[in-house]
Design a protein around this ligand. Structure first.
Ligand code: CMP
Length: 388
């Protein structure tokens, strides 16, 4: 069953199907972001970097946030981690609203969060054991408990034989594992990781994230990982994509696999390699439109390509005050390619003929796929030509 329209046509906001998407309950979410804006600088130099963002991280969920550099990912991460004050909008972390908290209160929130950064940020003069135990000393003075926990953690992370080594004697992967142990030491219910694999080779990068996942699942912690690293996407339950300060797609990995499966059946996408297809599927958002809603309006600038997942759509062209229907598109058909390929305004209006669901792909991602796959581009051009 489709729900009522989410906002007024012609551009309903994308609706996403996260597994926790419907529950309003704080209990179900470790993090709830809504209406979040953020700017840097003052006066004329003021630059907005986050625009009306919403994001929910369910308990025990592992979410990877991807997007080009400068898209606002790290800013969002630091706001969620109470490392900056919120200017506009709301972030609830573990049931607590961060907006309006004093610096001292923000520090308290940070104690419940485990942070992992690109550079491991270990103290060079301290051993692995000391680096991890320092984090625990903020919470307890029970030396026995600290020792047991720290040795246990380092052991499980494969560092049992390196407990008393200093960072200089450890490899990149080992240092990052110490940083993970430190982040996990106090059993935080939220772990925020910013490019945790950036300094690592392929194998140690994966190992680090797989270990992180194992711990999170065991402890019921929620993890948000900001990364450029495509090789670790499959570790996530959900992938969030940010572009130009906005969360533009938010798909569960299971949903993403469904999308890839669905796209593979379309002649347009069949030419893509399995990797590219998975990448495209990750970037797609699911949008729902009630019967009659405009999806594209003739004359407007093109921003997305659409593929019909369910229902059907009517294509109408207005000329000299007359509107005529030129095509009816159904499941598996795509539209919205013409304006993206030509840079011209939309050449027709497309509306839902009945309640319908669309997968949409943003312009930038669409361009990337075209550049990387000549058969995809050729097939698009062929269809475009046949539609004229
Ligand atoms: P675009 O111009 O980006 O937005 C309107 C879309 O309607 C257009 O891309 C095509 O995808 C689609 N469209 C326009 N004319 C036709 C047609 N004759 N048959 C099928 N689809 C069309």
């Amino acid at each position: 069953m489709l729900e009522p329209a989410v906002s007024s046509p012609p551009h309903p906001a994308p609706r996403h199907r996260g597994k926790h998407g419907q529950s309003p309950d704080d209990e179900a979410f470790t993090v709830r972001v809504s209406g979040l804006n953020h700017s840097f600088g003052q006066g004329e130099l003021r630059k907005q970097v986050l625009f009306d963002n919403g994001l929910e991280l369910g308990r025990g969920e592992i979410v990877i946030m991807t997007g080009p550099s400068g898209s606002g990912k790290t800013t969002l991460l630091t706001l969620i981690g109470a490392l900056r004050s919120i200017q506009d909008g709301s972030i609830r972390v573990l049931g607590r609203e961060l907006k309006g908290l004093s610096s001292r209160q923000l520090v308290e929130v940070r104690r419940d969060v485990g942070f992992i950064f690109q550079a491991h940020n270990l103290f060079e003069s301290l051993t692995a054991f000391q680096n991890v135990s320092m984090a625990m000393e903020l919470k307890t003075s029970d030396r026995g408990a600290i020792q047991e926990r720290v040795e246990g953690l380092l052991g499980t992370l494969g560092l049992g034989h390196r407990v008393h080594y200093k960072p200089e004697a450890l490899s990149g992967g080992q240092k990052q594992r110490v940083a993970i142990a430190r982040a996990l030491a106090n059993e935080p219910r939220l772990i925020l990781a910013d490019e945790p694999t950036a300094a690592l080779d392929r194998e140690s990068g994966r190992d680090v994230v797989v270990l992180l996942r194992k711990f999170a699942k065991e402890q019921g912690a929620t993890i948000l990982i900001v990364t450029h690293d495509n090789r670790i996407l499959d570790v996530a339950d959900r992938i969030v994509n940010m572009v130009d300060g906005r969360v533009i797609s938010d798909v569960s990995v299971a949903e993403s696999a469904n999308i890839a499966e669905f796209l593979r059946k379309s002649p347009l996408f069949a030419s893509l390699s399995a990797n590219t297809l998975a990448d495209v599927a990750d970037k797609m958002a699911l949008e729902e439109y009630p019967a009659g809603a405009e999806i594209i309006r003739q004359g407007e600038a093109g921003d997305k390509l659409y593929v019909i997942r369910s229902g059907s759509a009517l294509v109408e062209v207005s000329e000299n005050g007359q509107t005529r229907q030129v095509a009816k598109l159904s499941v598996g058909d795509f539209f919205g390619e013409a304006a993206l390929l030509s840079g011209e305004p939309r050449n027709a209006t497309v509306r839902a003929a009945e309640d319908a669901e669309m997968y949409s792909l943003g312009k930038e991602d669409f361009k990337r796929v075209i550049d990387s796959s000549p058969p995809f581009r050729d097939e698009l051009r062929r269809v475009l030509f046949s539609r004229q």
